[in-house]
Design a protein around this ligand. Structure first.
Ligand SMILES: CC(C)(COP(=O)(O)OP(=O)(O)OC[C@H]1O[C@@H](n2cnc3c(N)ncnc32)[C@H](O)[C@@H]1OP(=O)(O)O)[C@@H](O)C(=O)NCCC(=O)NCCS
Length: 299
């Protein structure tokens, strides 16, 4: 792949140039995501900028016509997201140009992203490999059927700051690598629950304000029953209000539980990776799996 990316690109009648996503007006980023129907608020963009890096495509009068971001998790792995080009600029090569710039900035890095249908072909052309489907479930939350008893010997409680290290260690195999910075940041802005067997954490869950309401994720658990046990208090907390869950589980008891909570599948995206060993963990290897993502961009 040729990673010599030109500094300028002629796009139709436009010429766009790169700028750092950190240096542009938040409202311009917000307007860009609104233009493609994404629900992000200005605060959501700011939270993403606090954690990641990115480039925007600016025209000659500094209007933001495109954006792309990456979120490093350690030295050699990053998630990618927020790839958007303004509708009037699409299919002119701008998204590819932004992506190539990011790839050229991060030599030796493996990547994971969640691709919309519109972007899948672009990522394939950059050698990304399709891994699995993400089901974006959302709606007005309602209380699911009566709770099963907690798994034997388990205790469900709100997480405390002193639990954060246990969450980071538990999450790492499910996510692919440790993500201490991101989890610490999510911890600050989220309602967090943990399920403990004795002293050992066997599941955790977080929910926070995002987009049209709240998002429930990440959820990490050893088994589906434990995932449901830590998801339930968030659904109770947001009953009657907009709630969203991004999950790889499209069938089975976790998917049924999410549907029962009034959150049908709204859309799907596709997890794709570039590089080895950076897909999500799976259930059943007694290391825990991610039942819900923090977000499509951060994984
Ligand atoms: C997806 C998106 C970023 C693509 O942006 P773009 O500027 O049109 O992409 P490019 O012009 O760089 O196109 C790159 C490749 O995708 C192809 N492509 C672009 N739009 C396409 C479409 N609607 N259908 C099929 N192929 C398409 C181009 O032909 C090109 O293919 P090539 O590399 O084989 O020549 C843009 O449509 C968008 O912002 N969509 C809404 C937000 C979104 O879905 N973002 C992706 C998040 S993962």
């Amino acid at each position: 792949m040729d990673l010599k990316v030109p500094e300028k690109l002629h796009v139709d009648a436009f010429q766009v140039h790169f700028a750092d996503v950190a240096d542009v007006d938040l409202e311009q980023l917000h307007a860009l995501s609104i233009a493609v129907g994404w629900p992000h608020r200005a605060e959501d963009w700011q939270a993403l900028r606090d954690l990641g890096h990115g480039f925007v495509a600016l025209d000659d009068i500094d209007r933001v016509l495109g954006a792309a971001m990456w979120f490093p998790h350690g030295e050699t792995f990053a998630t990618l997201g927020m790839l958007i080009t303004s509708p009037r600029l699409q299919t002119n090569g701008a998204a590819k140009w932004l992506m190539q710039r990011i790839l050229s900035e991060c030599p030796g890095t493996s990547f994971r992203l969640n691709a919309t249908r519109a972007a899948r072909r672009l990522y394939r052309s950059l050698d990304f490999v399709q891994q699995r489907t993400v089901f974006q479930c959302q709606g007005k939350a309602r209380k699911p059927g009566p709770a099963h008893e907690l798994p034997a010997g388990c205790d469900l409680r709100r997480l405390r700051a002193s639990d954060l290290d246990a969450v980071i260690a538990f999450d790492a195999p499910a996510f692919a690598v440790p993500r201490p910075v991101h989890l610490a940041s999510l911890f600050e802005s989220s309602l967090c629950y943990g399920l403990f067997r004795g002293e050992a954490l066997v599941a955790y869950s977080m929910s926070r304000a995002f987009g049209r309401g709240h998002v429930l994720g990440p959820i990490g658990a050893l088994s589906v029953d434990e995932a449901i046990a830590v998801a339930r208090p968030h659904v109770d907390a947001h009953t009657g209000r907009f709630l969203r869950v991004d999950t790889h589980f499209g069938t089975g008891p976790f998917a049924s539980f999410i549907q029962d909570c009034g959150l049908p599948v709204f859309d799907t995206v596709t997890t794709m990776t570039l590089g080895e060993g950076v897909d999500y963990g799976t259930v059943g290897d007694d290391k825990g799996a991610l039942f819900a993502l923090a977000s499509q961009s951060m994984g």
